[in-house]
Design a binder for this molecule. Structure first.
Ligand code: RIB
Ligand code: CA
Length: 316
């Protein structure tokens, strides 16, 4: 069932650190008639900024979507250094080599672009954050009214009442820049947090992938990225669809049943225990600005349907 055709696609800006799951989320967004991707901002996270930006440009060029502007963002976190995740996403950040892009990023940087775009179209643009929250924290600090002009903010990050994936306590995006995560999550700004508890409800298994056929360029690239990811390590059995779930929630919010919470995030100001940096703690359940779905709040069947439709994945 294709996403509802709408006369006026929803304008979205995607902040991303490609990264294999980021790439799949981008492929879904670019294939979705309901979304108008008006810009992509990049951040270091899975890989350094230059590589994240290069991967974003290469994906756009691969899909012949070079009119979408790309803006470079954070090379370093608000405090500390990024850990990177080359062991997960491969050294280049993508498990399938793409030709060197001939297109280049905008001369403007991510935060001024975000501020101008959100201010120019108050209440219209959905901001989808798929990497560390460094760009959003800098936007919040330098342009507090602009970030509040977003129609919706959807963040893939955090581990709410769930074990982390970067440390036992922290999810990778929040661990990569815990101070930025704390500044955004504790700012009071309403947002939907697509955390690990939710993301662990949707995955692609090695066996699932073996049955996928596709005719689309986007679907073929997504399948190759995943097939090569599994091939890199025989012990890998499932690929969690972290960023694709956040993207699906931007397309169809009903894939998540959320509750309101207030969340605190640990960083170096709250604890000297670095393994807790990025840890989420619910300080009020049932009220507050952060909407979370939790493990029982994900319509995983619909998410897979949406993903298969957008990527033209046909499963027997
Ligand atoms: O913890 C998962 C998140 O960290 C995803 O956004 C993935 O791309 C990495 O950035
Ligand atoms: Ca990411």
């Amino acid at each position: 069932m294709t996403p509802r055709q709408t006369a006026h696609p929803n304008p979205v800006i995607i902040d991303t650190d490609p990264g294999v799951d980021d790439a799949i989320a981008l492929l879904m967004a670019l294939a979705c008639p309901q979304l108008d991707v008006i810009g992509i901002t990049t951040t270091a996270g899975n890989v350094p900024l230059a590589r994240a930006t290069r991967n974003t440009l290469a994906i756009l060029q691969h899909l012949a979507r070079t009119a979408i502007p790309v803006f470079r963002g954070a090379a370093r976190p608000v405090r500390g250094r990024y850990a990177y995740a080359r062991h997960v996403h491969s050294a280049s950040g993508l498990t399938r080599r793409l030709p060197e892009p001939s297109i280049t990023p905008s001369s403007s940087n991510a935060v001024p672009f975000l501020a101008n775009a959100l201010t120019a179209r108050p209440g219209a643009i959905t901001l989808i954050a798929l990497g560390p929250l460094t760009n959003l924290a800098r936007l919040l600090r330098r342009h507090p009214a602009a970030i509040r002009a977003a129609r919706n903010i959807i963040v893939m990050g955090g581990a709410v009442a769930a074990p982390g994936n970067a440390t036992p306590h922290a999810e990778f995006n929040f661990y990569s820049d815990p101070t930025a995560a704390r500044q955004v999550i504790e700012s009071g700004i309403p947002l939907t947090l697509v955390d690990l508890a939710a993301c662990r409800q949707v995955h692609v298994s090695r066996a699932d992938l073996a049955q996928v056929t596709t005719r689309s360029i986007a679907g073929k690239l997504a399948a190759e990225l995943l097939s090569n990811w599994f091939a890199q390590d025989a012990s890998r059995e499932r690929f969690n669809l972290y960023d694709p779930l956040a993207l699906a929630a931007a397309i169809e919010p009903a894939v998540l049943q959320t509750r309101q919470t207030t969340i605190a995030v640990d960083d170096a100001d709250t604890t000297d225990d670095a393994s807790r940096w990025g840890k989420c703690q619910v300080t009020a359940d049932g009220c507050g600005p952060i909407s979370v779905a939790g493990p029982d709040g994900v319509d995983s069947i619909r998410v897979h349907e949406l993903m298969s439709t957008l990527l033209d994945w046909n499963r027997p």
